[in-house]
Design a protein around this ligand. Structure first.
Ligand code: CP
Length: 336
């Protein structure tokens, strides 16, 4: 599988075989973490990271991944650059992408939430970088997708369930005060359906996700002979679930007039306190795993009892960010 030079903006852009190649290598790297087979793969190579928004796991796991592969990762907050915007003069994406390509072997970008004025702008920016860069562009979470998170999720689910084909994934909206972007849940829907899961999406009326992502998920399920359904009540989706993914996301009305109306979204989301994953709802499942990309909004999206309970895989999934990103960098930027 030759993935050298490939961008990763959304897992839907890659074949299942390509995603499996990343997961297989990630599993080997996890089993034998400091083997000399891996420790020089990025020797003398640098991975650059542009973080428009804050991060804990993504930044730390990419830096650790580069170190463990014998390379280096360094980050920049684009607010310290002089980039051209709709209202200010500055450097174009073409120029930034071409120059970064002369320094490094990969470029990661995070842009979401309040750093965009309309849904889709973050995805457009990544694809503009990909158009001009001659090195791989990797999404480190943008408004539409979080592919590294999706890979880490499915790696964790496979570790715990052995096989996810035919298993039921519930992606349920959770209330809370974070007005989260759609990237992680959309990625979970896409990758879960690509890997042959039955998928249920549960949210209150008015919290629809990107129609294109819903269509792709439906198509992925149909291609695998699996089911896809959307429900708007709090409990029915839990019945028979093998994996429960409870996470807050903003409504489609969140971006208006070129900005994110965050406080409105928070006020609106807090009107649905019943939308929390708790032990009573988990009792309806088929002994489901609880999964979440973190950071977890405990007490809103999920109770402590479930998040810290015996069926929670949140720390395994968070650890897997390191392993899938090592595999991804090795395959797209490294000397294997
Ligand atoms: N899951 C995730 O991307 O975490 P951070 O926002 O901390 O990077």
């Amino acid at each position: 599988m030759d993935l050298y030079g490939h961008d990763l903006i959304c897992t839907q852009d890659w074949s299942v075989e390509e995603l499996e190649a990343v997961l297989e290598l990630a599993a080997k790297m996890k089993r034998d973490r400091f083997s000399p087979r891996w420790t020089s793969i990025l020797q003398h190579k640098t991975f650059l990271m542009f973080f428009y928004n804050p991060s804990v796991r993504t930044r730390q796991s990419f830096e650790t991944a580069a170190t463990e592969l014998g390379g280096h990762a360094q980050f920049l907050e684009p607010k310290t650059m002089r980039l051209k915007t709709a209202t200010t003069a500055g450097e174009t994406v073409e120029d930034a992408a071409r120059v970064m390509s002369r320094y490094a072997h990969g470029l990661g970008i995070r842009i979401l939430e309040d750093k965009i004025g309309a849904y889709g702008e973050g995805d457009d920016l990544l694809r503009e970088y990909a158009r001009w860069a001659t090195i791989p562009i990797i999404s480190m979470a943008h408004d539409k997708y979080h592919p590294c998170q999706g890979l880490a999720d499915v790696m964790g689910w496979l570790e715990h369930l052995g096989d996810v084909r035919g298993k039921k994934l519930l992606v349920a909206w959770g209330h809370g005060a974070l007005a989260r972007s759609w990237c992680s849940v959309q990625e979970a829907l896409l990758i879960g359906s690509r890997f042959g899961m039955d998928v249920t999406l549960a949210h209150p009326e008015g919290y629809d996700l990107d129609p294109q992502v819903v269509e792709w998920t439906k198509g992925n399920c149909a291609a695998n002979g699996r089911t896809f359904e959307v429900v708007h009540d709090v409990t029915s989706g839990y019945e028979g679930a093998h994996i429960v993914y409870s996470r807050n996301w903003m409504s489609p009305d969140a971006y208006r007039d070129g900005q994110l109306h965050k406080q409105e979204e928070i006020d609106r989301a807090l009107r649905y306190p019943a939308w929390i994953c708790d032990a009573a709802k988990m009792a309806l499942t088929d002994d489901a795993l609880f999964t979440h990309p973190m950071p977890v909004d405990r007490g809103h999206e999920v109770t402590d009892e479930v998040a810290s309970g015996p069926r929670s895989v949140i720390y395994d999934v968070a650890e897997n960010r390191l392993h899938v990103q090592k595999a991804l960098m090795a395959l797209t930027m490294g000397s294997m």
